[in-house]
Design a protein around this ligand. Structure first.
Ligand SMILES: [Zn+2]
Length: 287
Protein backbone atom coordinates (compact mmCIF):
# COMPACT_ATOMS: atom_id res chain seq x y z
CA UNK A 1 0.00 0.00 0.00
CA UNK A 2 2.21 2.83 1.20
CA UNK A 3 5.39 0.82 1.29
CA UNK A 4 6.96 3.19 -1.19
CA UNK A 5 6.48 6.11 1.13
CA UNK A 6 8.05 4.16 3.93
CA UNK A 7 11.11 3.38 1.86
CA UNK A 8 11.46 7.00 0.87
CA UNK A 9 11.18 8.07 4.48
CA UNK A 10 13.94 5.81 5.63
CA UNK A 11 16.21 6.63 2.79
CA UNK A 12 16.15 10.16 4.08
CA UNK A 13 16.88 9.19 7.62
CA UNK A 14 19.33 6.45 6.85
CA UNK A 15 21.96 8.62 5.26
CA UNK A 16 22.27 7.60 1.66
CA UNK A 17 22.42 3.86 1.61
CA UNK A 18 19.41 3.45 3.82
CA UNK A 19 16.12 1.85 3.13
CA UNK A 20 17.20 -1.18 5.05
CA UNK A 21 14.38 -3.46 4.14
CA UNK A 22 12.14 -0.63 5.08
CA UNK A 23 9.37 -1.85 2.86
CA UNK A 24 9.27 -5.27 4.04
CA UNK A 25 10.79 -6.60 7.01
CA UNK A 26 7.57 -5.03 7.25
CA UNK A 27 7.07 -5.88 10.73
CA UNK A 28 4.58 -8.18 12.02
CA UNK A 29 0.93 -8.18 11.27
CA UNK A 30 -1.00 -6.02 13.60
CA UNK A 31 1.59 -5.93 16.34
CA UNK A 32 1.15 -2.20 16.41
CA UNK A 33 -2.58 -2.59 16.58
CA UNK A 34 -2.20 -4.88 19.57
CA UNK A 35 -0.11 -2.31 21.30
CA UNK A 36 -2.81 0.22 20.57
CA UNK A 37 -5.27 -1.80 22.59
CA UNK A 38 -3.16 -3.01 25.44
CA UNK A 39 0.35 -2.98 26.76
CA UNK A 40 0.07 -6.69 27.12
CA UNK A 41 -0.74 -8.41 23.85
CA UNK A 42 -1.10 -11.75 25.55
CA UNK A 43 -3.83 -10.34 27.69
CA UNK A 44 -5.77 -9.47 24.57
CA UNK A 45 -5.34 -13.02 23.37
CA UNK A 46 -6.58 -14.46 26.64
CA UNK A 47 -9.97 -13.14 25.80
CA UNK A 48 -9.75 -13.39 22.10
CA UNK A 49 -8.12 -16.56 21.01
CA UNK A 50 -7.39 -20.02 22.31
CA UNK A 51 -4.07 -20.39 20.55
CA UNK A 52 -1.60 -17.59 19.90
CA UNK A 53 -0.28 -19.49 16.90
CA UNK A 54 -3.70 -19.24 15.25
CA UNK A 55 -3.98 -15.66 16.25
CA UNK A 56 -6.70 -13.45 14.88
CA UNK A 57 -3.87 -11.33 13.55
CA UNK A 58 -2.97 -14.01 11.09
CA UNK A 59 -6.20 -13.49 9.27
CA UNK A 60 -5.35 -9.91 8.60
CA UNK A 61 -2.54 -10.62 6.21
CA UNK A 62 0.35 -8.49 5.22
CA UNK A 63 -1.87 -5.55 4.40
CA UNK A 64 -2.12 -4.83 8.07
CA UNK A 65 1.58 -4.06 8.19
CA UNK A 66 0.90 -1.28 5.74
CA UNK A 67 -2.20 -0.14 7.50
CA UNK A 68 -0.15 0.07 10.64
CA UNK A 69 1.88 2.85 9.13
CA UNK A 70 -1.15 4.63 7.85
CA UNK A 71 -4.16 5.93 9.67
CA UNK A 72 -3.77 4.66 13.21
CA UNK A 73 -7.31 5.51 14.32
CA UNK A 74 -8.84 3.58 11.49
CA UNK A 75 -6.53 0.67 12.20
CA UNK A 76 -7.48 0.60 15.86
CA UNK A 77 -11.13 0.50 14.92
CA UNK A 78 -10.67 -2.44 12.61
CA UNK A 79 -8.63 -4.26 15.21
CA UNK A 80 -11.19 -3.68 17.92
CA UNK A 81 -13.89 -5.07 15.67
CA UNK A 82 -11.87 -8.19 14.97
CA UNK A 83 -11.13 -8.79 18.62
CA UNK A 84 -14.80 -8.36 19.45
CA UNK A 85 -15.71 -10.91 16.81
CA UNK A 86 -13.19 -13.40 18.10
CA UNK A 87 -14.50 -13.08 21.64
CA UNK A 88 -18.00 -13.80 20.45
CA UNK A 89 -16.82 -16.78 18.42
CA UNK A 90 -14.70 -18.37 21.12
CA UNK A 91 -15.97 -17.25 24.46
CA UNK A 92 -16.07 -20.56 26.34
CA UNK A 93 -14.62 -20.90 29.79
CA UNK A 94 -12.72 -24.05 28.85
CA UNK A 95 -10.83 -22.33 26.08
CA UNK A 96 -10.07 -19.37 28.29
CA UNK A 97 -8.63 -21.69 30.95
CA UNK A 98 -6.48 -23.43 28.39
CA UNK A 99 -5.15 -20.13 27.19
CA UNK A 100 -4.39 -18.97 30.71
CA UNK A 101 -2.49 -22.18 31.36
CA UNK A 102 -0.48 -21.63 28.21
CA UNK A 103 0.46 -18.14 29.30
CA UNK A 104 1.30 -18.73 32.93
CA UNK A 105 4.99 -17.92 32.44
CA UNK A 106 4.09 -14.47 31.19
CA UNK A 107 2.99 -13.60 34.71
CA UNK A 108 5.27 -11.09 36.47
CA UNK A 109 8.22 -12.78 38.14
CA UNK A 110 7.96 -15.96 36.12
CA UNK A 111 10.01 -14.86 33.11
CA UNK A 112 13.66 -15.82 32.94
CA UNK A 113 15.89 -13.22 34.58
CA UNK A 114 17.65 -10.80 32.24
CA UNK A 115 20.84 -8.87 32.57
CA UNK A 116 21.01 -5.49 30.86
CA UNK A 117 23.34 -5.56 27.88
CA UNK A 118 23.72 -9.34 27.93
CA UNK A 119 24.19 -11.08 24.58
CA UNK A 120 23.32 -14.60 23.53
CA UNK A 121 26.47 -15.08 21.43
CA UNK A 122 29.87 -14.65 23.00
CA UNK A 123 31.77 -11.79 21.44
CA UNK A 124 28.71 -10.07 19.99
CA UNK A 125 28.40 -6.36 20.57
CA UNK A 126 25.12 -5.22 22.12
CA UNK A 127 23.11 -2.34 20.65
CA UNK A 128 19.48 -2.30 21.73
CA UNK A 129 16.83 -2.14 19.02
CA UNK A 130 13.77 -0.03 19.67
CA UNK A 131 11.20 -2.05 21.68
CA UNK A 132 8.71 -1.09 18.97
CA UNK A 133 10.56 -3.42 16.59
CA UNK A 134 10.15 -6.61 18.57
CA UNK A 135 7.81 -8.27 21.02
CA UNK A 136 8.98 -9.27 24.46
CA UNK A 137 8.66 -13.01 24.95
CA UNK A 138 10.25 -15.87 26.84
CA UNK A 139 11.47 -18.17 24.12
CA UNK A 140 12.01 -21.04 23.81
CA UNK A 141 9.49 -21.71 26.60
CA UNK A 142 6.57 -19.84 25.08
CA UNK A 143 7.55 -20.34 21.43
CA UNK A 144 9.85 -23.11 20.24
CA UNK A 145 12.72 -21.91 18.03
CA UNK A 146 13.36 -24.09 15.00
CA UNK A 147 14.47 -21.74 12.23
CA UNK A 148 17.29 -19.35 11.44
CA UNK A 149 16.38 -16.76 8.81
CA UNK A 150 19.17 -15.21 6.73
CA UNK A 151 18.72 -11.62 5.55
CA UNK A 152 20.65 -9.00 3.64
CA UNK A 153 20.20 -5.38 4.68
CA UNK A 154 20.22 -3.64 1.28
CA UNK A 155 22.31 -0.99 2.92
CA UNK A 156 25.28 -0.32 5.11
CA UNK A 157 25.83 -1.56 8.63
CA UNK A 158 25.39 1.80 10.30
CA UNK A 159 22.15 2.70 8.60
CA UNK A 160 20.76 -0.76 9.38
CA UNK A 161 21.54 -0.36 13.06
CA UNK A 162 19.98 3.10 12.93
CA UNK A 163 16.69 1.93 11.49
CA UNK A 164 16.51 -0.95 13.95
CA UNK A 165 16.76 1.65 16.72
CA UNK A 166 14.00 3.70 15.09
CA UNK A 167 10.59 2.96 16.66
CA UNK A 168 8.91 3.97 13.41
CA UNK A 169 10.60 1.23 11.41
CA UNK A 170 8.46 -1.60 12.70
CA UNK A 171 11.11 -4.22 12.00
CA UNK A 172 14.48 -5.42 13.22
CA UNK A 173 16.52 -8.62 13.38
CA UNK A 174 18.18 -10.25 16.36
CA UNK A 175 21.64 -9.88 14.84
CA UNK A 176 23.50 -8.06 12.14
CA UNK A 177 26.83 -9.26 10.75
CA UNK A 178 29.11 -6.56 9.40
CA UNK A 179 31.28 -6.96 6.30
CA UNK A 180 34.37 -7.53 8.49
CA UNK A 181 32.59 -10.22 10.52
CA UNK A 182 31.66 -8.12 13.55
CA UNK A 183 28.43 -9.41 15.07
CA UNK A 184 26.02 -7.01 16.74
CA UNK A 185 23.03 -8.26 18.69
CA UNK A 186 20.05 -5.92 18.88
CA UNK A 187 17.31 -8.15 20.27
CA UNK A 188 17.57 -11.04 22.72
CA UNK A 189 16.77 -14.48 21.36
CA UNK A 190 14.17 -14.62 24.13
CA UNK A 191 12.17 -12.05 22.21
CA UNK A 192 10.24 -12.15 18.95
CA UNK A 193 11.95 -9.87 16.44
CA UNK A 194 9.88 -8.52 13.55
CA UNK A 195 12.11 -9.56 10.69
CA UNK A 196 10.39 -12.18 8.56
CA UNK A 197 7.15 -10.37 7.68
CA UNK A 198 5.27 -13.46 8.88
CA UNK A 199 4.06 -13.69 12.43
CA UNK A 200 4.50 -17.44 12.88
CA UNK A 201 8.01 -17.35 11.40
CA UNK A 202 8.97 -14.42 13.59
CA UNK A 203 7.88 -16.37 16.64
CA UNK A 204 9.80 -19.51 15.71
CA UNK A 205 13.02 -18.03 14.34
CA UNK A 206 16.17 -16.09 15.00
CA UNK A 207 16.84 -13.47 12.31
CA UNK A 208 20.35 -12.61 11.13
CA UNK A 209 20.97 -9.61 8.89
CA UNK A 210 24.08 -9.29 6.76
CA UNK A 211 25.44 -5.95 5.64
CA UNK A 212 25.28 -5.59 1.89
CA UNK A 213 23.14 -5.77 -1.22
CA UNK A 214 21.52 -8.83 -2.78
CA UNK A 215 22.66 -7.74 -6.25
CA UNK A 216 26.32 -7.31 -5.30
CA UNK A 217 28.36 -10.49 -5.01
CA UNK A 218 31.13 -8.48 -3.38
CA UNK A 219 28.92 -7.81 -0.35
CA UNK A 220 29.51 -11.25 1.03
CA UNK A 221 33.02 -11.53 2.40
CA UNK A 222 34.83 -14.54 3.78
CA UNK A 223 34.88 -12.90 7.22
CA UNK A 224 31.12 -12.41 7.05
CA UNK A 225 30.42 -16.02 6.06
CA UNK A 226 32.73 -17.40 8.73
CA UNK A 227 31.39 -15.21 11.49
CA UNK A 228 27.74 -15.68 10.57
CA UNK A 229 28.23 -19.45 10.29
CA UNK A 230 29.62 -19.61 13.83
CA UNK A 231 26.62 -17.63 15.05
CA UNK A 232 24.13 -19.85 13.24
CA UNK A 233 25.90 -22.98 14.49
CA UNK A 234 25.65 -21.72 18.07
CA UNK A 235 21.94 -20.96 17.65
CA UNK A 236 21.35 -24.43 16.19
CA UNK A 237 23.24 -25.97 19.09
CA UNK A 238 21.29 -23.97 21.66
CA UNK A 239 17.86 -24.99 20.44
CA UNK A 240 18.61 -28.34 18.83
CA UNK A 241 17.91 -27.04 15.33
CA UNK A 242 19.08 -29.40 12.54
CA UNK A 243 21.77 -27.90 10.33
CA UNK A 244 19.99 -28.17 7.00
CA UNK A 245 18.28 -25.94 4.45
CA UNK A 246 14.86 -26.71 5.82
CA UNK A 247 15.76 -25.05 9.11
CA UNK A 248 18.32 -22.49 7.95
CA UNK A 249 16.48 -20.48 5.35
CA UNK A 250 16.62 -17.25 3.43
CA UNK A 251 14.03 -14.55 3.95
CA UNK A 252 12.96 -15.34 0.40
CA UNK A 253 11.81 -18.76 1.62
CA UNK A 254 9.47 -17.43 4.30
CA UNK A 255 5.91 -18.11 3.20
CA UNK A 256 4.11 -15.05 1.91
CA UNK A 257 7.16 -12.82 1.63
CA UNK A 258 7.90 -10.62 -1.36
CA UNK A 259 11.54 -10.34 -0.29
CA UNK A 260 14.35 -11.84 -2.30
CA UNK A 261 17.17 -11.75 0.23
CA UNK A 262 19.77 -13.09 0.62
CA UNK A 263 19.66 -13.31 -3.19
CA UNK A 264 21.52 -15.26 -5.87
CA UNK A 265 25.02 -14.23 -4.75
CA UNK A 266 24.67 -15.71 -1.29
CA UNK A 267 26.68 -18.93 -1.45
CA UNK A 268 24.49 -21.41 0.38
CA UNK A 269 26.80 -24.38 -0.18
CA UNK A 270 29.74 -22.52 1.26
CA UNK A 271 27.67 -21.18 4.15
CA UNK A 272 26.11 -24.49 5.11
CA UNK A 273 29.50 -26.16 4.98
CA UNK A 274 30.86 -23.56 7.39
CA UNK A 275 27.85 -23.93 9.69
CA UNK A 276 28.25 -27.73 9.76
CA UNK A 277 31.94 -27.38 10.52
CA UNK A 278 31.33 -24.86 13.30
CA UNK A 279 28.52 -26.99 14.66
CA UNK A 280 30.61 -30.14 14.94
CA UNK A 281 33.47 -28.17 16.51
CA UNK A 282 30.98 -26.72 18.99
CA UNK A 283 29.52 -30.14 19.71
CA UNK A 284 32.99 -31.48 20.49
CA UNK A 285 33.64 -28.54 22.82
CA UNK A 286 30.24 -29.04 24.36
CA UNK A 287 29.16 -25.55 23.33
ZN1 LIG B 1 15.08 -9.90 4.79
Amino acid sequence: MDAGDVVAGFRGAGGGDGGVHAAGHGGEDAEGALRGLSHNPSRVRVHGNPDPRVSVDDHMGEKQADAKRGDSDRRLGRRALLVGGAVAAVGTAALAREELAHLWWRLPGVEKPRVAGAVDFRGARWVAASPANYRRADRPDDYAIDRVVIHVTQGGYRSAVQVFQDPGHGAAAHYIVRKDGLITQLIRELDVAFHAGNRGYNERSVGIEHEGFVERASSFTGEMYASSARLTAAICGRYGIPVDRKHIIGHVEVPGTDHTDPGPHWDWDRYMGLVRKARSAGAVRGA
